[in-house]
Design a protein around this ligand. Structure first.
Ligand code: CTP
Length: 397
């Protein structure tokens, strides 16, 4: 899948830089060419010689290398690739990217490029969870930068938590997904997924049993057909797919804001189990159980209907697909829902507990379109996703 592709690999200055050597080897094994760029800090962790030897190519290290400028300027260098991969992407590199700074070769290339960028963040857990890094991440995903990882685990600094760079095979999978050729190449598809959490107070919330498995599988299947996927997900129990832009949200209102910010899109698939209600009188402080206090009374306010807002708004994606999770009169309810919400297709499923569908690995769906209903046999959620993605590709091309 990577044969003949050109990857510009920017290696940042972190202990995970050693894994970039293995990554280069794996990219080369798959028949792709690697143009390596080492940041100044990167040279403290791996030597230009080992990078050049593995890549079989010159290593670019400094913005003001006049020999380089004579053979290939930094603008040209930023354009020669099919994909730019930043691994490890340090907190500093992410901050520079988010701010649009261009004070060394790596940041200049990232600002000058018109090529897609995939970052594999790697840093100390506190740095990863710092609000500044989270802000930068949100800016970068909003700019369409793809991310892979970080993973959770023991870190070189002795701490435990998220911040470890994704393993080279995971990065390869993300590169393959980002470069996938297919009928959806050049199309932007938005997918919502997972549950939403509606706070009661800083420690309690209302949620639902959605695992995010079906939405994740759909995003993966669409990416495999070459789509650029923006994946807007509530706190799901399955990890997000590789090679898509992940926008994590918590509440329905945040999900609507993220969806609106991600438009325009060629298609939008609403697989999220959005809470219909939020707690209007949510407390900023933990609600205490004191002898004098009666049990609290929660007042609810209706959440925006994200699907209906997009289906009836502008810019409207060409294809808007909703889901209908029902326990009674599945087809009739879902058919009404399609009309009420103004979407093109509804994927209806029966979520009575005895079906084991909500939170399970299988799904049995009925696709409801303008031309009628079509019941698909019970199959794995991955298989449903692939079948649906193929139908979406058929509708968009
Ligand atoms: N949906 C949405 N925003 C909401 C509620 C639902 O985008 N606030 C989307 C879901 O992602 C799904 C579709 O609408 O694609 C239907 O969701 P469902 O929960 O089945 O429908 P409801 O709107 O909750 O309708 P009802 O309460 O009548 O079942």
């Amino acid at each position: 899948m990577l044969a003949g592709k050109r990857i510009l690999l920017i290696i940042g200055g972190g202990i995970a830089a050693y894994k970039a050597l293995d990554l280069i080897r794996r990219i080369k094994e798959r028949g792709a060419a690697v143009t390596p760029v080492l940041t100044r800090a990167g040279t403290e962790f791996v030597t230009p010689l080992s990078v050049a030897a593995l890549a079989g190519a010159k290593v670019h290290t400094d913005l003001f290398d006049l020999t380089d400028e004579a053979s290939m300027g930094h603008i040209a260098l930023s354009r020669v690739a099919d994909l730019i991969v930043v691994a490890p992407a340090t907190a500093d590199l992410m901050a520079k990217m988010a701010q649009g700074r261009a004070d060394d070769l790596a940041s200049t290339l990232l600002l000058a490029t018109d090529t897609r960028v995939l970052i594999a963040p790697a840093m100390n857990v506190r740095m990863w969870t710092h609000p500044a890094t989270l802000r930068n991440l949100a800016t970068l995903t909003g700019d369409g930068v793809l991310t892979i990882g970080p993973n959770e685990g023991d870190m070189a600094c002795g701490e435990f938590g998220p911040g470890r760079m994704a393993e080279p095979p995971e990065i390869i999978a993300a590169i393959e997904a980002a470069l996938a050729d297919g009928p959806l190449r050049g199309k932007h598809v938005l997918v919502t997924s997972g549950p939403t959490q509606e706070p009661i107070d800083p420690v309690r919330y209302i949620a639902n049993r959605s695992s995010g498995a079906q939405g994740t599988a759909i995003a993966q299947a669409l990416a495999a057909l070459g789509a650029r996927v923006t994946f807007i997900t509530g706190p799901a129990s399955v990890p997000p797919p590789d090679g898509v832009t992940v926008v994590p949200v918590q509440t329905a209102q945040e999900m609507l804001a993220a969806v609106t910010a991600a438009l325009p899109a060629d298609a939008a698939i609403f697989a999220a189990a959005v809470a219909d209600w939020r707690v209007q009188n949510a407390s900023d402080h933990k609600i205490k159980k004191t002898a004098a206090n009666a049990p609290p009374v929660l007042r609810f306010a209706e959440n925006p209907d994200i699907l209906a807002t997009v289906a009836k708004g502008t810019p409207r994606p060409r294809l808007v697909v909703g889901f209908a999770a029902e326990t009674d009169d599945v087809i009739a309810q879902a058919t009404q829902k399609r009309a009420r919400k103004g979407c093109d297709w509804i994927v209806a499923n029966d979520v009575r507990p005895e079906t084991g569908i909500m939170g399970g690995t299988d799904n049995a769906v009925t696709l409801i379109t303008e031309s009628g209903t079509e019941s698909w046999p019970r199959m794995g959620k991955d298989a449903v996703a692939r079948k649906l993605a193929a139908r979406i590709a058929g509708a968009l091309t």
